[in-house]
Design a protein around this ligand. Structure first.
Ligand code: MOS
Length: 734
């Protein structure tokens, strides 16, 4: 065994394929006889299609067919609500009827021999609508009445608030944000008889397979989903969206492969987004800063089609110790596409509100904001009264404060300077649930001295390929370079979705078990083969190290390379397959990842320039499996969080629901020039409750707390409290 490969900063094994442009993304797959589908998006957000005139478009060069609700093949609803393993992004089958629910809904698909021909003809499809007034903003609809979607309560928060010596009551909002992965959505659909193969970019090949089977209405085994690479998803690619079904429908109709790409403009309408949130926070506290009441009331919009609730209150009942808590969430429905999880869904906007309110409370109490958090430190998960499986947040705060120099912070607004620049320092708590799903993996030890590991999970850019190779290498001593990893194919043993930061915790035990199963079989071969030096030995006395089978009490060099045993028996390879799932006992504890953000901003009052100048993140994420990719994830999350804090907002035209900034020029995300010197440290305590490696996820937590730390730093520098993201220069001039 070679334990050192676990935790090492192993470079991505797929890195070379990516930087040389040889990694095949969804729409990159070459295909003979392919046709191109270009969607016609609705130009209204609410109403009915009264007429579709395809007469001009149909006669244009290269046009093969034009699908619309009048001629579309029937599709079916997904089993979403009933079956855990399948969930669609939008539950309405595309082209289902003549109703328009949101701007940019696909109302037709033009299929032609070339992309340009399809695009040209799509522009000539004439659609007439009976338009109704759309509801595009929360202020367009009545305040939600009736019972909340989600409700949590302990104690009596209302009365505890009323009698609390110190009270804070503030409302925070976060805007609609749109996932903008580099690789846009796209599908190539290929039918072979009654079976369809879909080349996809997805965070869940198995889920995609299930949903397509349900919605097309064909057996599961007749759907094959292939997604070897994913140019990021951020949650937007967790669930299938309408274009995938349109590609399948068109390909079946014309009996040719069909490619449907979603252009950047439609990335803002038909493939989900993080919904706007309105969050009222009421905190009651004692004079010495002990929370006695916390109330969190959230309103978020969903589409007319689906009930998607952004779970902003996820952290509320457990983040701090407090006897009286209520958290509730209401939905309203708007003429906008269905929202979907976006990195750190719920918790990220939720923490913006809670952590901003904690800072406002600290100021009221004239207490250091970090000290306020320590005074309300939750020793157990008070939402369930379960112990935390592993929580070292106090140490994360302390390490962060020390490295950042927090004790040097002068709390007086505008008091800290660097020449003509005003400095602002902020901090916030991070949290994200640590989950684990069942996973199945196959590992093959080959006669050429290599190994292969495979599973129907996928690497969405986080490093999953590399982690597979690391575990096989750890258990066998076969070098990482000699481990071939095959993912992103629904025909492999079923693996988990890449979502909720659960991938690593889910697959690690399965890879380990599958590898050890293969090694066990190999040892059986070693003791049952006459020519083997271990013939008739007891397998319990053998070990596998550095790719060699040897006696446990002797050095690896004394043994034999594993492939020799396969050659002795003329075997091509030996397989091990294993399925693992979280065991019941893990439910007795609460598993969460924690951390802290510390940041510095500079404010130049002369020219009203705000810059982020320093960032430090400390994470309590269990055992780190790959130091390099884990750090990448955290830093990437912070970069995204700086975008959330300062730039990101999808703006809809109130008249017709059109996203006005549906492009990279107008929808701003963080760029290199916006990003300061960054640092990330881990406090490492294996969370053995979750899996035998003690690893929790790091994909999402880096984003949590970032926007609140920024808002706090901005207040510290300028005295302006921004409660509505993103923070704009205009806010600071007021
Ligand atoms: Mo994450 S929002 O589950 O990709």
């Amino acid at each position: 065994m070679s334990a050192s490969v676990i935790g090492a900063a192993v470079s991505r094994i797929d890195g070379k394929l990516k930087v040389t442009g040889t990694a095949r993304y969804a729409v990159d797959h070459p295909m003979d006889g392919i046709a191109y589908g270009v969607g016609v998006p609705s130009t209204i957000a609410n109403g009915e299609i009264t007429r579709i005139d395809t007469s001009i478009a149909a006669r244009m060069p290269g046009v093969i067919t034009i699908l619309h609700h009048g001629n579309a093949d029937p599709l079916f609803r997904p089993a979403n609500a009933f079956e855990r393993d399948s969930r669609a992004g939008e539950s309405r089958p595309p082209l289902d009827d003549d109703t328009v629910y949101y701007y940019g809904q696909f109302v037709a698909l033009v299929v032609a021999n070339t992309f340009e021909q399809a695009q040209d003809a799509a522009a000539q499809v004439k659609i007439e609508y009976a338009e109704a007034k759309p509801a595009v903003s929360i202020s367009d609809v009545p305040a939600p009445a009736g019972p909340p979607m989600r409700h949590y309560a302990r104690g009596n928060a209302e009365s505890a608030f009323t009698t609390a010596p110190v009270q804070l009551d503030a409302t925070y909002t976060t805007p609609t944000e749109t996932h903008n992965p580099m690789e846009m959505h796209g599908t190539i659909a290929v039918w072979n008889g009654d079976r369809v193969t879909l080349y996809e970019t997805t965070q869940g090949v198995v889920n995609h397979q299930h949903v397509m089977s349900e919605m097309i209405g064909i057996p599961l085994e007749d759907v094959h989903v292939i997604s070897p690479f994913c140019g990021s998803g951020f949650g937007g690619k967790l669930f299938p969206w309408p274009h995938s079904l349109l590609a399948a429908m068109a390909a079946r109709r014309i009996k040719r492969p069909v490619k449907v790409s979603v252009p950047r403009t439609l990335m803002f309408t038909t493939v989900g987004h993080r919904p706007h949130s309105q969050q009222r926070i009421r905190i009651g506290a004692t004079q010495d800063g002990k929370l006695v009441s916390l109330q969190h009331d959230v309103v978020t919009p969903s589409s007319i089609i689906d009930d998607y609730a952004e779970n902003c209150t996820e952290p509320t009942p457990l983040l701090y110790s407090c006897p009286n808590v209520t958290a509730q969430q209401h939905l309203v429905h708007l003429n906008i596409g269905t929202p979907t999880p976006m990195r750190g869904p719920g918790t990220t906007p939720g923490l913006f509100a809670i952590e901003s309110a904690m800072d406002e409370l600290a100021i009221k109490l004239n207490l250091d904001p970090l000290e306020l958090r320590l005074r309300n430190y939750a020793e157990v998960d008070e939402s369930s009264n379960k112990a935390f499986s592993s929580k070292h947040l106090r140490e994360a705060y302390q390490k962060g404060a020390e490295r950042f120099g927090w004790s040097k912070r002068n709390p007086k607004v505008g008091s800290m300077r660097d020449g003509s620049l005003v400095l602002g320092w902020g901090m916030a708590t991070c949290t994200w649930p640590a989950g684990r799903a069942p996973a199945e993996v196959r590992v093959r030890l080959n006669a050429d001295g290599t190994a292969r590991a495979s599973s129907a999970t996928q690497d969405i850019g986080t490093g999953t390929y590399t982690v597979f190779a690391q575990v096989v290498s750890e258990k066998t001593g076969i070098p990482v370079e000699k481990v071939d990893v095959v993912l992103g194919d629904s025909s492999l043993p079923p693996g988990p979705m890449s979502g909720g930061s659960t991938g690593n915790a889910s697959v690690l035990p399965a890879i380990a078990k599958a590898t050890l199963t293969a090694v066990d079989t190999l040892m059986e071969v070693a003791v049952r083969t006459e020519r083997s030096p271990f013939f008739n030995a007891d397998v319990k006395t053998l070990a596998m190290t550095r790719g060699r089978i040897h006696a446990q009490d002797k050095s690896p060099e004394s043994g034999v390379p594993f492939e020799e045993f396969l050659k002795m028996r003329q075997l091509a390879g030996i397989d091990g397959q294993a399925r693992t799932a979280p065991d019941e006992s893990s439910r007795k504890l609460s598993s969460h990842t924690f951390g802290a953000q510390f940041c510095e901003i500079t404010w130049d009052p002369g020219i009203a320039r705000l810059r982020v100048s320093r960032w430090l993140t400390v994470m309590d994420a269990g055992r780190i499996i790959n130091r390099k990719t884990a750090r990448n994830q955290i830093l990437g999350g912070v970069v995204m969080g700086i975008g959330m804090g300062l730039f990101e907002e999808t703006i809809y035209d109130r008249r017709n629901g059109k996203p006005l900034n549906n492009n990279f020029a107008d929808y701003m995300v963080s760029t290199n020039a916006d990003i300061p010197e960054m640092d990330c440290i881990f406090v490492e305590y294996p969370d053995l409750n979750l899996n035998e490696y003690g690893a929790r996820g790091v994909g999402e937590i880096g984003l949590t707390g970032v926007a609140s730390a920024l808002a706090m730093a901005v207040y510290h520098a300028t005295g302006v409290r921004v409660r509505n993201l993103p923070i704009r220069i205009e806010d600071l001039l007021a």
